[in-house]
Write a protein that binds this ligand. Structure first.
Ligand code: CAA
Length: 288
């Protein structure tokens, strides 16, 4: 398959990442179906598209024609079969739980045409943990976007031992078609490039806050003012979702059984309270 053969893209998961990945693909000219198990998430994703595009036009960042194209190209459905049966490329952006992803890939393998590439947007999980749930492991890879996906340019494409070079190449080419910069990782590694670096920063920031050395606000200010980051680690966790930090930590701990991989006490506390960041209007900061 070549990137020119991709006409339809299916994005599974309309959450924090999925809704913006889907819109990015629609704006790049692809017919996109966005699907989720939650009608509420789909409604929110559709409302976002209907609000965001006119705002871009009003801001002079997009023409009316581009906005119309984006909106015409995207559709939302709760029915996975309907969303994926005629797709050429799937980007799975569902919850960061390995068993959910394995079940999804098993279903997608059954539903999608045999030529379709099945990519996961997982932030940490390498696709070899998922690929054997399908009968097409050569067409399974990681395609990892960053938050907010409409803005951030980098996409990591991770080629597992099962992934064919053709699949990785087509995925890299798709990144370019979507106006993104692909980084091709030729070997799998947990957390890929960026999240390994980011995790080191976040773990240290959480350790300092857990120890009472400084507050999350103070640590964020220090990182912004000393390192020039656009936002500090706590604001960023609010933004990407503290639930995500929790699930990633738990998945990792279940894999390694190393206590240092457990989510930090502060993350566990926030997770238990349902204070998951911007999406719940409260995390390390308040968004009322
Ligand atoms: N969705 C879509 N677009 C957004 C947005 C959002 N949530 N937030 C901001 N933007 C857009 C704005 O529309 C604006 O676009 P234009 O300049 O084209 O008009 C642009 O981003 C800048 O926005 P603002 O001026 O309002 O605010 P800012 O200068 O603070 O930028 C930001 C916002 C781009 C998010 C910036 O704060 C930033 O770069 N933050 C760090 C983001 C980051 O580190 N992301 C990686 C997260 S880690 C990750 O994603 C890992 C993972 O596995 C999930």
């Amino acid at each position: 398959m070549k990137v020119e053969d991709i006409k339809k893209i299916c994005v599974v998961g309309a959450g924090n990442m999925g809704h913006q990945i889907a819109l990015s693909a629609a704006l790049a000219g692809y017919k996109v179906t966005c699907t989720d198990i939650s009608q509420d998430m789909l409604d929110k994703a559709e409302t976002f598209a209907r609000t965001y595009l006119p705002e871009r036009v009003a801001k002079g960042k997009m023409t009316q024609e581009q906005a119309d194209l984006g909106l015409n190209n995207i559709s939302f459905t709760i029915n996975l079969e309907e969303a994926a049966h005629d797709t050429d490329f799937v980007i799975e952006a569902a919850v960061e739980k390995i068993n959910t992803k394995r079940k999804l890939f098993e279903d997608l393998d059954r539903i999608t045409p045999p030529h379709a590439i099945l990519a996961t947007n997982s932030s940490f999980i390498v696709s070899s943990k998922i690929a054997d749930a399908t009968k097409r492991p050569d067409k399974v890879c990681n395609m990892h976007f960053f938050n907010p996906a409409l803005v951030m340019k980098l996409v990591e494409v991770v080629q597992g031992p099962h992934t064919s070079t053709e699949t990785a190449q087509v995925t890299m080419d798709l990144c370019a078609k979507m106006g993104k910069t692909g980084a091709w990782l030729k070997k799998e590694i947990y957390g890929f490039l960026v999240n390994r670096i980011l995790s080191a920063l976040h773990n240290e920031a959480l350790f300092l806050a857990d120890m009472g050395i400084a507050t999350p606000e103070e640590i964020d200010l220090a990182v912004m003012n000393a390192l020039g980051h656009p936002m500090g680690p706590f604001r960023l966790m609010d933004f990407t979702g503290i639930d995500l930090s929790y699930y990633i930590g738990m998945e990792r701990y279940q894999d390694t059984r190393d206590p240092k991989d457990k989510p930090s006490p502060l993350v566990v506390e926030k997770f238990a309270k349902g204070e998951w960041g911007k999406k719940t209007k409260k995390g390390f900061y308040s968004y009322e």
